[in-house]
Design a protein around this ligand. Structure first.
Ligand code: SF4
Ligand code: ZN
Ligand code: ZN
Length: 313
């Protein structure tokens, strides 16, 4: 297999582009995709400081590596969810990466902030760990981004993530989510701008980037990801991609170009105020995070009272 650009031995084939690339040409292709996404969607300027939300996985570390090695001022954010071994190892990977690259990493420990690990919070409020995790991550990401006054928060969402989210949103006609599915969510009333510079690159391509750059990422998925519908949607899209290369790209980019504008006109973003308790943006008087946390504390108190009563009788 030869590189399409220079004729050297190729290290990766990309059927959706009908191409194969050697290492330098692949890295150039990767850089072009990221640069185009940043400039076409006006994600941020060269001098802006960007906060990269990192999980220790290949996508977020590839993104942080690329931005930092292309001169973008960055700071990393790792949220320790308290998910046993997974959180311990993923935190280690992020800290080691930041140290090796000489980059600033902010760590938010959910247990220290709330008194509970994310699974314990979820059990107290009788919700799934993933839904509480999503809420906690959105909350601390925005709060930290505001504190650090960064221009934008960048996440490592790739083409597979975005196409499978789109498939799920279409299958359930989630109008509000469809209106907001975009590589850029602009800043609004206390919400920091959010951007996805890797959204045109596949999981396989970010994996190749990490392997070629020697990035030590965490391969294991979070244990709560097992059986998630998003994984099923990814598998279905992979099967389609195999038969018809380029399907994911056409699906997502076609939606962004042709369909999304009508969804966002029909579903304008909700109005935001400041949470009475914590000051973070919220559609209600008290934000979802503060409501969840007080619910978890009430459940804990009720449990302790029962235990005490049990001890007396
Ligand atoms: S799979 Fe793990 S990291 Fe992902 S949302 Fe669920 S709990 Fe959070
Ligand atoms: Zn080449
Ligand atoms: Zn609040």
């Amino acid at each position: 297999m030869k590189c399409r650009r220079c004729g050297e031995v190729a290290v990766i084939d990309l059927p959706r582009h009908n191409a194969a690339f050697c290492k330098p040409c692949f890295l150039e292709y990767f850089a072009r995709q990221v640069q185009q996404a940043i400039s076409k969607f006006r994600m941020f300027a060269r001098h802006h400081r960007v906060m990269v939300a990192v999980s220790g996985g290949k996508d977020s570390l590839a993104l942080w590596h690329w931005l930092a090695s292309h001169g973008q001022p960055t700071v990393g954010l790792y949220i320790d969810l308290g998910i046993a071994e997974y959180s311990r190892v993923s935190r280690e990977r992020c800290e080691a990466f930041a140290q090796r690259m000489g980059l600033q990493l902010e760590v938010v420990d959910v247990r220290q902030e709330t008194g509970f690990s994310t699974p314990a919070l979820a059990a107290r409020v009788r919700r799934t760990t993933c839904s509480v995790c999503g809420l906690v991550k959105r909350y601390f990401t925005n709060r930290t981004a505001r504190r650090l006054q960064v221009a934008a928060v960048a996440t490592g969402h790739n083409l597979d993530d975005e196409a499978s989210t789109l498939l799920g949103n279409v299958l359930h006609w989630q109008m509000g989510y469809l209106a907001r599915q975009h590589p850029v969510l602009p800043a609004a009333d206390g919400l920091v701008r959010r951007v996805k510079p890797l959204f045109t690159l596949t999981e396989r391509e970010t994996l190749a980037y990490c392997l070629l750059q020697g990035i030590d990422f965490l391969e294991e998925e979070c244990p709560h990801a097992r059986g998630a519908t998003s994984i099923l949607y990814k598998e279905l899209l992979n099967r389609l991609e195999l038969i018809s290369p380029g399907t994911k790209h056409q699906f997502l980019l076609g939606f962004l170009r042709r369909a999304r504008p009508s969804f966002s006109q029909a579903e304008p973003p909700p109005e935001l105020g400041a949470c009475r308790e914590c000051g973070e943006p919220s559609t209600a008087e008290v934000c979802a995070y503060c409501r969840m946390l007080s619910g978890a504390r009430r459940a804990d108190d009720a449990f302790a009272t029962k235990e005490n009563k049990g001890g007396i009788t």
